[in-house]
Design a protein around this ligand. Structure first.
Ligand code: SAM
Length: 391
């Protein structure tokens, strides 16, 4: 039941106007699809929010009886809709990690527009979750052109139910979206609403030549980008990043759970040195150097801490979750910063090699890089697919 003082039509129109204003929604046909898709029909009861009272990072459920739920149903935010794969890890019913969400409307709009669909385009969506994105695809293309796959059985059923309640019956499959949906292939488009570190070749294989894959791609170090890959006649897909796209990872490609400090053995013997590379440069979000380091140094994770006083000092922690770690202590106005490295890999040395390559390559922006996905795997390149960037 919609509360008496809540005008869902008004909220929906305001949201759509906002999406246009921020430049996420340019196409009138998508605008129409958004206006025919009330978001509150797809926001489950409950959503999950950080426990502000205890401030310890755990999450609590907030249901439809709470005005917060309604306020956020039409806000331009992603809302966590499941924690800990459906079994909240806290003894008190609280959850630790979001494992499903309804995506941020402006990101949804940007991704849908990036798909460049026309009437009759057949789309496979990876990550059904609430069904909101699938409903928008149905509103634009018709349900018979939409297939969506969700790995979590409970979520797949919830998504299917919400879609039906909204009047749509697309093909909803419960399964591992990394395998695509071979029984419904070929598709003209694959749209992943979950991020990949390795783009599954099945997505390329199940897209007809000339078709397109739109997917968030990244790793634990760099800002996740939205990739648009065109599938060629030879069964290879290639394309470039088009901005940021923060998403949760495909279930099999998740990072090991835990805080950064869980992966640092503070008692391990360390190798100390000094570096002339300012660690701020390496972690600049969305930069070419951040992309280079993320793309070429395998299994690299990071944590950054600014000093709480006004000294301007900071520490970058790097770790690979397998026993190697490094820390770089930045201090302003000094020539070199103290480095400690431990474990079998020398992670900061690997980062310095990547940074040196980036300088030699003329400090390219992120937009000059691209990715090719072939049956043999994926390859990052600079400027053109033949110019591979090696780890
Ligand atoms: C950010 S949510 C997707 C949002 C959704 N499209 C919507 O409109 O609400 C990501 C979803 O991907 C699902 N997922 C994760 N790994 C998957 C996989 N291998 N195959 C299919 N779905 C997966 C998660 O369970 C989660 O529900």
């Amino acid at each position: 039941m919609v509360p008496p003082d809540f005008d869902a039509d008004e909220r929906l129109t305001a949201l759509v106007d906002h999406l246009q204003r921020v430049g996420a929604l340019m196409d009138d046909r998508w605008r129409d699809a958004f206006l025919r898709t009330p978001r509150h029909l797809f926001v489950p009861d409950p959503i999950w929010v950080r426990d502000g009272a205890r401030g310890d990072g755990w999450m609590i459920p907030v249901g439809r009886s709470d005005p917060y739920w309604w306020e956020n149903a039409y806000a331009d935010f992603a809302l966590p809709t499941q924690v800990d794969d459906g079994a909240p890890a806290g003894d008190d019913g609280r959850g630790r990690y979001p494992t499903s969400s309804i995506s941020q409307p402006s990101l949804v709009a940007r991704m849908l527009e990036a798909l460049e669909v026309t009437a009759g385009t057949r789309v496979l969506e990876i990550g059904t979750a609430t069904g909101y994105n699938a409903a928008l695809l149905c509103a634009r293309l018709g349900a018979e052109y939409v297939t969506t796959v969700e790995v979590d059985a409970v979520l797949a059923e919830q998504g299917r139910t919400s879609l039906r309640a909204a009047g749509w019956k697309p093909t909803v499959v419960c399964g591992d979206g990394a395998r695509g949906v071979p029984s419904e292939a070929p598709f003209d488009r694959v749209l992943a609403t979950v991020a990949a570190k390795q783009i599954p070749y099945a997505w390329v294989d199940q897209t007809r030549p000339g078709g397109m894959i739109v997917a968030p791609w990244g790793n634990d170090f760099m800002t996740t980008v939205l990739l648009r890959l065109e599938v060629r006649q030879d069964g290879v897909a290639t394309g470039r990043p088009t901005g940021d796209a923060p998403f949760m990872w495909l279930r099999d490609q998740r990072t090991a759970k835990g805080l950064w400090s869980d992966f640092i053995d503070f008692d391990a013997p360390v190798r100390t040195s000094r570096t002339g590379v300012d660690p701020h440069v390496v972690v600049e979000r969305g930069s070419g150097v951040e992309f280079t380091v993320g793309a070429t140094v395998p299994r690299l994770c990071r944590a950054w801490f600014d000093a709480e006083d006004d000294s301007g000092e900071a520490t970058l922690w790097l770790y690979d979750t397998k026993g190697s770690w490094a820390s770089v202590d930045y201090a302003p106005r000094v020539d070199g910063h103290r480095v400690e490295q431990a474990g079998p890999r020398s992670l900061w040395d690997e980062v310095e090699v990547a940074v040196a390559w980036w300088f030699r390559a003329g400090r390219p922006d992120r937009e000059r890089f691209g990715l090719t996905v072939a049956p043999s795997g994926q390859q990052v390149w600079l400027d053109e697919p033949g110019n591979a960037v090696r780890s």
